[in-house]
Design a binder for this molecule. Structure first.
Ligand code: SDX
Length: 394
């Protein structure tokens, strides 16, 4: 019941662990963070409350929230020398490339973070990562644009501060629209944790050796980048742009069903959800809210996405394979409406998932029974044989 799997070739689960953080029922489309349904958290909580809930196991009181929020706000700046890392990248470096590098390099600035046996050191690392990952993500974007970095502002909420660091310039302060801030905050909540997905399992495996938490988070960012995982939100937008018109949808559906080619409908399918991804429903609703606010309900890509979902859900192949929209199907449309460029979509997923990664890492390290991860294999290679001198090889 707590996600304990043993090796099953049909399931390819490579790690087995128990956890008290996030519960998923793939058949019923249930997602609970520490027992609270994602629908209720998305509706009533903000991301800082969700971060407190995930890491400490309980929703914060008003006073606890204020204290936690203040700690995070006062850790958002990075050491000024971190700026130098960016100058080593090409201007067109993908934000995930620079984030993998800079997140790992932050371990060099906090030598105490290496002492993972001390719960207080682990907590401080969690605060630093939660606070600084948005800053390094926004710096990746600013570096791409050639604009100067925008320093974080302690007066702003988590989501508003990120949008400020993305879009403010020395010439003009970005004034965040409350609907966009709320949408950004909800996107952070919906992507915060998701049990033992590929990137979280990567962080756990890396952390099981006692590695520095900043380096472990860098490994999670690397895994998340893949188009089969967090990179899907960027791939969905590219796919919707490629479709261009609803009349092209049937052709794309046929391509996705053709086993002779590797094309997959991006934003569809999930290893665990076999009926629906509750986050996709909430993301679609957020799409409506943001596009209504902007007065572009008939946004071309959104209309294509809605029609693609409608057609796919009536298609026999998709019904038989239990393929439904996942969290990435609509998130890119919301991010695009906020003004975020496509190549930053997965970086935003990484900002959100940092709390999930560091909470799962902390749970693992805190377990006195914990040992270094060491998945085994089924060996399918050659049987034992003797060496052949090169003179006798054909
Ligand atoms: C995330 O693990 C998590 O929790 C991840 C995540 C999180 O929050 O961390 O939820 C975030 O990564 C969401 C997934 C984003 N990726 C995509 O949208 C990329 C497109 N989706 C696929 O690549 C795929 O659906 C996966 C990777 C998500 C799941 O792949 P699986 O495990 O192979 O899917 P499956 O075994 O359930 O597939 C069943 C069948 C297979 O066909 P058969 O081998 O049985 O003939 O459905 C096919 C698959 O080939 N299939 C698809 C498809 N997804 C699966 N066919 C067409 N289009 C697709 N999108």
């Amino acid at each position: 019941k707590y996600g304990i799997f043993t090796y099953d070739p049909g399931y390819q689960s490579t790690a087995s662990c128990s956890s008290k953080i996030t519960y998923i029922d793939g058949d019923e489309g249930i997602l609970l963070y520490r027992g609270y349904p994602i629908e209720q958290l998305a509706e009533h909580a903000d991301f800082i409350e969700v971060c407190h809930l995930l890491y400490y196991g309980e929703l914060p009181s008003q006073e606890q929230k204020q204290e936690f929020d203040s700690i995070i706000r006062h850790h958002t700046m990075v050491h000024d020398q971190v700026n130098n890392f960016y100058r080593g990248f090409r201007r067109d470096a993908h934000p995930m490339a620079s984030m993998v590098g800079v997140a790992g390099a932050l371990s060099a600035f906090y030598p105490d973070s290496g002492d993972v046996s001390d719960p207080r050191h682990r907590e401080i690392s969690a605060h630093r990562l939660l606070a600084k990952v948005p800053t390094i993500a926004a710096m990746s974007y600013k570096y791409n644009t050639g604009q100067p970095f925008a320093y974080p502002k302690n007066s702003l909420s988590y989501a508003a501060n990120f949008l400020h660091m993305m879009f403010s310039t020395p010439c003009e302060e970005y004034v965040p629209n409350p609907v966009m801030v709320r949408a950004m905050d909800r996107i952070f909540t919906l992507h915060a944790d998701h049990e033992q997905n590929a990137s979280t399992s990567t962080v756990r495996l890396a952390g099981s050796s006692g590695a520095n938490p900043f380096a472990c988070i860098a490994s999670g960012i690397a895994s998340l980048w893949g188009p089969a995982h967090g990179g899907a939100n960027e791939a969905v937008l590219n796919m919707l742009e490629e479709i261009g018109d609803v009349s092209k949808i049937p052709e794309l559906i046929e391509r996705a069903k053709d086993k002779s080619n590797p094309f997959r409908l991006m934003g569809f399918g999930h290893r665990v959800y076999k009926n629906f991804d509750p986050r996709a429903n909430l993301m679609r609703q957020t799409c409506h809210e943001v596009l209504n606010e902007l007065g572009c309900q008939d946004d071309r890509l959104f209309q294509i996405a809605l029609e693609l979902e409608r057609i796919a859900l009536e298609d026999e192949y998709f019904i038989e394979k239990k393929l439904y929209p996942n969290v990435d199907f609509y998130s890119g449309i919301v991010l695009r409406a906020i003004g975020i460029p496509t190549n930053m979509f997965t970086a935003i997923f990484a900002i959100s998932r940092t709390i999930g990664w560091i909470t799962q890492w902390n749970e693992m390290i805190a377990d006195p029974e914990q040992k270094i991860g060491r998945p085994r294999q089924l060996f399918l290679g050659p049987k034992k044989r003797d060496f052949v001198p090169i003179s006798q090889r054909r």
